[in-house]
Ligand binder design. Structure first.
Ligand SMILES: C[S@@+](CC[C@H](N)C(=O)[O-])C[C@H]1O[C@@H](n2cnc3c(N)ncnc32)[C@H](O)[C@@H]1O
Length: 225
């Protein structure tokens, strides 16, 4: 295994994270053992962060001690890999759908540094009291107002880094994704520094990962790997 970012490994063109709960599969991923350590394969077709890494993401805003506010956690596919990486950190996982939350709760039982929050990411004040200081805001929500939701949370929690997985078709199915991405970059660029913009094709069509840095706002660690 070759470590490409802190806690992220590559072998034979595939990504892996060290399994924090050896023997446990979260979404049917492959488990492999090397030198006595168990790794979980990280599928870029099922996780947009893995897709961004596969597509050449340069800066990685996570380390073993990161604290993350994750909006749109679903059943925990990507959250589980973040929890493999941020072994000494904390991940607040916000999800609005109770069905997905039920599965996420099972994951949280075996990974105590995951904090599940049943809530609406569009109303960050409703979960403000449950969330401490965060280093990274990560959002993957297919809503028309996804950029506004992201900005509201950035403004309230003031992390050093933000990452939003923009789904063009949810914002406006009638316009070319290229224009939507440009608009999202422009409006975020008025408030923050857009450090990277990475297409997620072909793993996730019409999506882009935008990595945002908040100059002067970060209260925690402010250096990406
Ligand atoms: C594309 S899925 C997320 C997949 C997940 N990030 C992963 O990679 O494993 C989007 C999720 O966002 C949730 N969602 C949509 N609107 C939301 C909101 N306003 N607040 C919180 N979660 C929301 C949906 O219920 C859904 O589970």
């Amino acid at each position: 295994m070759r470590q490409c970012f802190p806690g992220v490994f590559e072998r034979g063109g595939k990504l892996y994270t060290k399994n924090r709960v050896p023997g446990q599969q979260v979404y049917g991923e492959t488990l492999v053992v090397e030198d006595g350590v168990e790794y979980r394969s990280w599928n870029p077709y099922k996780s947009k962060l893995a897709a961004a890494i596969m597509n050449g993401l340069q800066n990685f805003p996570l380390s073993h001690c990161s604290t993350v506010l994750y909006l749109g956690a679903a059943t925990g596919t990507t959250v589980s890999h973040l929890s493999d990486i941020a072994t000494q950190g904390l991940i607040y996982a916000v999800e609005i759908a109770s069905g997905a939350m039920r599965k996420l709760l099972l994951l949280c039982r075996s990974r105590p540094h995951l904090v599940p929050i049943l809530g609406d990411a569009g109303k960050p004040r409703t979960y403000r009291a449950q969330v401490g200081q965060v280093d990274l805001l990560y959002q993957d929500i297919a809503q028309r107002d996804q950029v506004d939701i992201f900005c509201k949370n950035m403004a309230l929690f003031r992390p050093a880094w933000g990452m939003i997985m923009v789904k063009a078709r949810s914002i406006d199915v009638g316009r070319h994704p290229h224009h939507i991405f440009r608009e999202a970059e422009r409006s975020l660029g008025q408030l923050y520094h857009v450090q990277e913009s990475v297409s997620l094709d072909p793993y996730c069509r019409d999506h882009r990962a935008l990595l945002i840095r908040s100059p002067g706002l970060g209260q925690g660690k402010d250096k990406a790997a």
